[in-house]
Ligand binder design. Structure first.
Ligand SMILES: Nc1ncnc2c1ncn2[C@@H]1O[C@H](COP(=O)(O)OP(=O)(O)OP(=O)(O)O)[C@@H](O)[C@H]1O
Ligand SMILES: [Mg+2]
Length: 306
């Protein structure tokens, strides 16, 4: 698979903060790739390097084979970025904003595509509304539209659903999924881990400027595959220590991490035999949030997979 994005040994420091500390990532053409990490991990900085908005202290970045430093214009043309911050010109309408953006890329008569984008982002009714009169979520939709006017090969979305209502979120994902199906590479950062789990084929997790996990979403989930059993037990203080030390108490539930379903029955029997009635029970499997917490607590998971 050809690399849509190639990031090699990128470092970037702001004063005393090492925002990126030797990041290397190859993202293949057509991938739906997730870039996750806690606040301040370096996600936006990495995206800025990709878009040529920040200059790495060292390392190389290229988009569709074009070096971001040496071949800036072509690299930029291949890329559509939805920025995390809401930036817009308050003097223009939505349509004018999108026409101006098309002009930056030398595209004239782009209205058919602009109409299609507006339709898909449920912005058609706002096409002639001034940017300053839009709500926050609407402005974010325009930022998404703006990133797409030149039909970029690689679409980067930095927290696109922050402050966006459920309905648009679903519409937005449908649209982005369609663009991915049509061959566009998508790179997504989000703090909504269930969205990343549902959409991304592969995920990198960043922590303090370093890649601490890199694998397919499936492998990441399998690696930590456990069943979680939560029990709400009456008179839990009477449970024998042999049981309580296997679990942890949270929100009134004693939670157990089990390697397999075979462990459920003996555990329930042991609780029952200790004379503490079970009032509620919940069983679930690992999700990306569990993996994220494990990884951030120090377990490095680096493996190339596709
Ligand atoms: N222009 C800047 N000047 C100084 N420090 C910066 C600048 N941009 C980023 N930083 C610092 O670099 C680190 C990484 O920031 P970055 O915005 O890349 O994180 P992030 O992963 O995008 O976080 P979030 O999830 O909050 O968006 C942080 O410690 C941040 O304070
Ligand atoms: Mg950010």
């Amino acid at each position: 698979m050809r690399a849509a994005v190639s990031i090699e040994q990128v470092t970037k420091r702001f004063g005393s903060v090492q925002a990126l500390d030797g990041v290397s990532l190859q993202i293949g053409e057509g991938e739906f790739f997730g870039l996750l990490g806690p606040n301040g991990a370096g996600k936006t900085t990495l995206i800025s390097c990709l878009a040529g908005l920040a200059r790495p202290d060292s390392g190389q970045v290229s988009v569709m084979g074009f070096d971001v430093q040496n071949d800036y214009r072509e690299a930029r043309r291949q890329l559509g970025v939805v920025p995390q911050e809401l930036v817009f010109d308050p003097f223009f309408t939505v349509r004018e904003t999108l026409r101006i953006q098309s002009g930056y890329f030398g595209i004239r008569r782009n209205d058919d595509w602009i109409d299609e984008i507006l339709e898909n982002l449920d912005l058609t009714a706002k096409a002639d509304t001034n940017m300053r009169r839009l709500s926050g979520g609407m402005k974010r939709r325009v930022l998404v539209a703006q990133a797409l006017v030149h039909k970029p090969s690689v679409i980067v979305l930095d927290e696109p659903t922050a402050g966006v209502d459920v309905e648009l979120r679903q519409g937005l994902w449908q649209f982005v999924q369609r663009l991915n199906d049509e061959g566009h590479t998508v790179i997504l950062t989000t703090h909504y881990l269930e969205e990343a789990e549902a959409l991304c084929g592969r995920i990198a997790m960043l922590k303090q400027g370093r890649v601490v996990a890199l694998d397919s979403t499936r492998n990441l989930l399998d690696r930590f595959s456990v069943h979680k059993l939560g029990l709400r037990v009456e008179a839990a203080d009477k449970l024998p220590e042999a049981i309580t030390r296997r679990g942890s108490l949270s929100e009134g539930y004693l939670n157990f991490m089990l390697g397999s379903m075979n462990e459920v029955e003996p555990l329930l029997t042991a609780v029952r035999e200790s004379g503490c009635p079970i009032r509620d029970m919940r069983l679930s499997t690992t999700d990306l949030e569990d993996v994220f917490i494990e990884v951030m607590n120090g377990q490095d998971v680096e493996r190339e997979a596709r």
